[in-house]
Design a protein around this ligand. Structure first.
Ligand code: AMP
Ligand code: MN
Ligand code: MN
Ligand code: MN
Length: 283
């Protein structure tokens, strides 16, 4: 039998991706994926469209979300993916509403900062750029590109809106407990996203995983677009040690992350369908 591949982490226009849910699902089918999870940042609004699109495409669509949480004394931003969530669950929806309110407060501050740096950027322009209710930094970057302030998205991040830069404002983030319990109460599986992206060593990751596991964490991304062989091996080792489910995804964002392809990441990613079988066994 030919192997079946999946992608359990990707974004649509409802957060900071550039393809609609229908387009992502159609692309997933053409890429030959057997299953795809839609995991927009801080919103489940794409899910009904994705589930509708799934009816006319031959691949399985898993409702998901990606939530950011503040961890530890430095309040490091750590991402948790929730898979198999119920997008109508009141606890989950009340958390996403609170997060959107916090994003709105941050947007006012970020716009002020960028204006004071000499960039003419308005909330209305950002709303038009995002097309949805989640305005995040890639939308600022795109707007700055279109106004000729920077040459491309990564230029915008490295000069002005990347972490710690002059136009950046840190978001106020929910606690790991709030995020993990909202995912669990919606019937979902909480998964630690891309642990190599937090400037932590493997023992620091282990410590964080222990803490999150005590709050209900069930899985970890052992395959991810930017992992090298060593990272994949070490994160897999941690997942086995801590008896966590294996997950994996490309973190596809369309044109907002050039060079990251749906399903295959930078080209070599192949996430086996077996990961999903094991998740379904705990649902
Ligand atoms: P926000 O949630 O508004 O703080 O924006 C974070 C998003 O910006 C992430 O989800 C990424 O999609 C994107 N991002 C963060 N850093 C970079 C970077 N250096 N280059 C391009 N995109 C980035
Ligand atoms: Mn993103
Ligand atoms: Mn993330
Ligand atoms: Mn993501």
């Amino acid at each position: 039998m030919t192997p079946k591949y999946i992608d359990l982490h990707c974004h649509t226009t409802f957060s900071d991706g550039t393809l609609t849910p229908e387009e992502v699902i159609s692309l997933g089918e053409h890429t030959g994926l057997s299953a795809l999870a839609i995991t927009d940042h801080d919103t489940v609004d794409a899910i009904p469209f994705a589930l509708e699109a799934a009816k006319i495409h031959s691949l399985e669509v898993i409702p998901g979300i990606e939530l950011a949480t503040g961890y530890g004394t430095k309040n490091t931003e750590i991402h948790i993916v929730g898979l198999f969530i119920d997008c109508k669950n009141p606890s989950l929806l009340s958390l996403t509403e609170k997060i959107v309110a916090e994003r709105n407060a941050r947007n006012s501050l970020m716009i002020k900062k960028l204006n004071s740096l000499g960039f003419e950027i308005t909330l209305d322009e950002l709303k038009a750029e995002s097309g949805g209710k989640i305005i995040s930094r890639p939308h600022y970057a795109r707007l700055m590109v279109s106004k000729g302030y920077v040459k491309d998205i990564s230029d915008a991040f490295s000069k002005y809106i990347g972490d710690g830069k002059a136009g950046y404002v840190k978001r106020s983030l929910p606690t790991p407990e709030e995020v993990i319990s909202a995912i669990l109460s919606s019937g979902g599986i909480p998964i630690l996203a891309h642990p190599t992206l937090y400037s932590m060593n493997y023992n620091e990751i282990r410590k964080m995983v222990d803490e999150f596991k005590s709050l209900g964490l069930l899985g970890i991304e052992v395959m991810y677009s930017t992992y090298n062989h060593e990272q994949e091996r070490e994160i897999t080792r941690i997942a086995k040690e801590k008896e966590l489910l294996f997950s994996g995804g490309s973190d596809f964002h369309g044109e907002n992350k050039k060079g990251i392809h749906l399903g295959t990441g930078k080209g070599n990613l192949r996430i086996p369908y077996e990961f999903l079988d094991k998740m379904k066994a705990v649902l």
